[in-house]
Ligand binder design. Sequence first.
Ligand SMILES: Cc1ncc(COP(=O)(O)O)c(C=O)c1O
Length: 408
Amino acid sequence: MNIPFSPPYIDQDIIDEVVASLQSGWITTGPKVKALEEEVIKLTSCPQALCVNSWTSGAMLMLKWFGVKEGDEVIVPAYTYSATALAVLHCGAKPIMVDVKDDFTIDESKIAQKITEKTKVIMPVDIAGWPCDYEAINNLVNRPDIQEKFKPQNEVQSKLNRILVVSDAAHSIGAKISGIETGVLTDITIFSFHAVKNITTAEGGVICLNLPSPFNNADEYAYLRMMTLNGQTKDAFSKSKAGGWRYDIIDLGLKINMPDVCAAIGLAQIRKYDHNLLLERKRVFDAYSQSFSKLSWTQLPPQDNHRIQSSYHLYALRLKNVTEAQRDAIIDEIAKLGVAVNVHFIPMPMLTLFKNLGYKIEDYPVAFDNYSREISLPIYPQLSSEQVDYVIQSVIDSYQKVMSVSNA
Ligand SMILES: Cc1ncc(COP(=O)(O)O)c(C=O)c1O
């Protein structure tokens, strides 16, 4: 059997929506993007949603919007996909890494000690679709002693008058804490619509604006929308209307808008997300948990509880008492059986760019431990129960093969 890691979910509804976009006479940002933004608002209840061409570009836009620049610091977990920190570096600021917990998310108890007068933003990451402890993080940024440290350097920062919380929710669309959707758990939430994500537009992302008063989220949306289009007052769709040619460039924007032809894919997916695609992911997640919970050598990823519901983006299985080399050998054996698995993530301090910047993995022991024992299993709606069983058996056989050789 050959089981890919994460093929996109493409059904007839998606093909029809893309074809409709192709045949409509308009393929870049226009009505499909607007419709997708409205579906995101419907799903998450966020006040405003702005589609962009990736999570990464969305994060860069929001950091720039907050005026993050050279000399500033942004707190991120050491354990994430590098885009989280790369967006910070692109603004000239310094990512300040914090170790994570056993549930893979940033250790909120270690954030306060990293906050300085240079800290402008905290970017927690909902690894695998498991939301961070946002209650603790939101309480922290509103604590009087932490607020006192915040030194606003522009109008937007003065308006908020505290550290901004931008959630890296690349994995977690559809996750919930106490029934409240990701998208409204922090000031700003950014979802990724990359090809392997729960909802995809091939490449893309969406920024959910949930700014507190005195911000007006609709005004910020209107400004940010222009900033996704080179700071141009009119998008190409409006300009293409008869008589609509005149425009202005009002600020130094980016060119990071999402095309309609891409939005069409996500639009057809999001319409069947919470009552279909997400439940199918849960089916696979629960089947893995049921089987692996019976084995003494496995550690299950965090499981839904009365408060937190995952978006089941990854099934991050950990093996107990294995070395990094044994884990790698087990992955090789699983691959020989035709199953594509992955590792989420190589902690950033282990990657060349960050090593060269002075980060050391020894400073993040939990991130290393999580990484060294982790194997991400295929999880997507199209997986049949026979395929799920085959994945489970492949993991078991591969573990036994490698560990019996290691222990011999
Ligand atoms: C945690 C995390 N953050 C950010 C990103 C970047 O998303 P995009 O590829 O849409 O820029 C990813 C993508 O894999 C991710 O896993």
